[in-house]
Design a protein around this ligand. Structure first.
Ligand code: ZN
Length: 208
């Protein structure tokens, strides 16, 4: 099945910033992927591209539904492909990729530390320890089931994006010392976002 059923001409959506309650909600499972949601995926791709992101979760553009998009770089040599996980080999050539109802379960006790950022927390970076590999289960918008082990940047990105669907942000998992360095900026961003949101009630397209 052709996964890439979208025209990539969506209009970018505004990014929801740290301090908005939308980022703290648990997102709902998608039962049926509607045409409106397909259009929304196009807009998520456009939003990710506009902001130079490698991943984006639906709550970051105002919808608490279990949907993420990824745009990770391809493996660029046969050597790299040889050491890549099955998930990297299967998925990295298919970007941008949308995943519906993604689930990730760590498959190793081994962990990596890496500096992370987030389009909802612009300009702020901190070190986060995460498992090195995960088993990903999801559906593509074309209805194809994905069930594959992923490691590398793909695993990290999946863990970061699926966290968004649970209302968890990378700063919640960041190393204490690393987080302390950005605490003031983070508090300021939160304050500014809350000021902007004053008196506004966010409306969701895909309400339950
Ligand atoms: Zn993020």
């Amino acid at each position: 099945m052709n996964f890439n059923v979208f025209k990539k001409n969506g209009q970018p959506l505004p990014i929801v910033h740290y301090g908005s309650p939308l980022l703290r909600e648990k997102s709902r499972e998608i039962e049926t992927l509607t045409d409106e949601m397909r259009e929304f995926i196009d807009r998520m791709f456009a939003s990710m591209e506009k902001n130079d992101g490698i991943g984006l979760a639906a709550p970051q553009v105002g919808e608490n539904i279990r949907l993420i998009v990824l745009a990770l770089p391809e493996l660029d040599s046969p050597e790299e492909a040889m050491f890549a996980s099955p998930g990297e080999r299967q998925l990295l050539g298919r970007m941008p990729l949308a995943l519906v109802n993604p689930e990730v379960v760590p498959t190793t006790a081994e962990a990596d530390i890496m500096q992370e950022g987030c389009l909802s927390i612009p300009g702020i970076y901190a070190d986060v320890v995460r498992p090195k590999s995960v088993r990903l289960k999801a559906q593509t918008p074309g209805g194809e089931g994905v069930d594959v082990e992923c490691s590398g940047l793909l695993a990290r990105c999946l863990l970061h994006e699926v966290d968004h669907l649970e209302g968890i942000l990378f700063v919640d998992r960041a190393e204490k010392e690393s987080l302390a360095e950005v605490a003031d900026e983070l508090a300021e961003l939160e304050k500014n976002t809350q000021k902007e949101l004053q008196g506004k009630t966010p409306k969701q397209r895909f309400s339950a």
